[in-house]
Design a protein around this ligand. Sequence first.
Ligand code: PRT
Ligand code: ZN
Length: 286
Amino acid sequence: MADKLRLALQKSGRLSESSLRLIEECGIHFAHHDAKLRCPAHNFPLEILFLRDDDIPRYVADGVAEAGIVGENVVGEAEVEVAVLERLGFGQCRLSIAVPRSMEYGSLTDLQGRDIATSYPVLLQRHLTANGVEARIHEISGSAELAPSIGLADAVCDLVSTGSTLLSNGLREVETVITSEAVLIAGSSLPEATQSILERLRFRMKAVRRARSYKYILLNVPNDSIETVSQILPGMKSPTVMPLAIEGWSSVHSVVHEDEFWEVIDKLREAGAQGVLVSPVEKMVL
Ligand code: PRT
Ligand code: ZN
């Protein structure tokens, strides 16, 4: 299929809403009905397939869809040939090993010969092997956190985000196997026309992601501070400077990364900036 890109998203679950929001923010619109399995976009050559997250890597590898959005944990566990193209900045979690709080734990070797319950046998086995530890892995389909209390296992290996599930089940997180977030994946050898649609989609996703981490900033500065302020606020090339109606003052516009935002604001105030206005950036196209 060359005239459309089929993109697999999680039908209903933790990644669904953020995945759909990302597509919408890329300016791609579609009529979304909960009951539907596939849904064409109105204004971009894209068709969305709604699937269970565990099926997405396999469907992308088999060419049922050309691309997909899924957690890195699911990609790693699936052991199929797909390329990870973009990290998408949502669905963050980690796959961790946890043990009962009463158990003494110094290092992974304490799990030698023990029983571990998990829904991620591939990733867990790889981690144990890499550390020279042999343990019995019990594959279960969910609720791994219950396994120690019902006597099924000595430890668990499960996804953690806040840690409250482990805590309320008397477990202690002792080891991170992988960290994970939602990623854009694609099949390895796509036809040229499909590849070019995928590149257009990636370009938009990058612009949306970049915009999310920047703020647009406007401020007034006395003219003799413009140089200092320009050094604090490099912007994309250099800040825009425009004269104010009041003699001796200018308005400076630029963008600031959220990681350094407050630090930059403090420096700007020290440099004499006034009337600082900050607003979100909708798209940032380079
Ligand atoms: O029906 P389908 O198969 O599509 O969905 P699913 O039930 O298999 O997956 P879903 O919707 O629960 O998760 C989808 C993806 O979200 C996962 O593959 C991860 O990439 C990501 N993700 C992020 C998480 C979590 N955070 C998370 N906390 N997936 C699951 N959890 C669970 C975890 O398994 C544990 O039960 O939440 C609990 C722990 O949460 P805390 O906050 O108490 O630590
Ligand atoms: Zn699943």
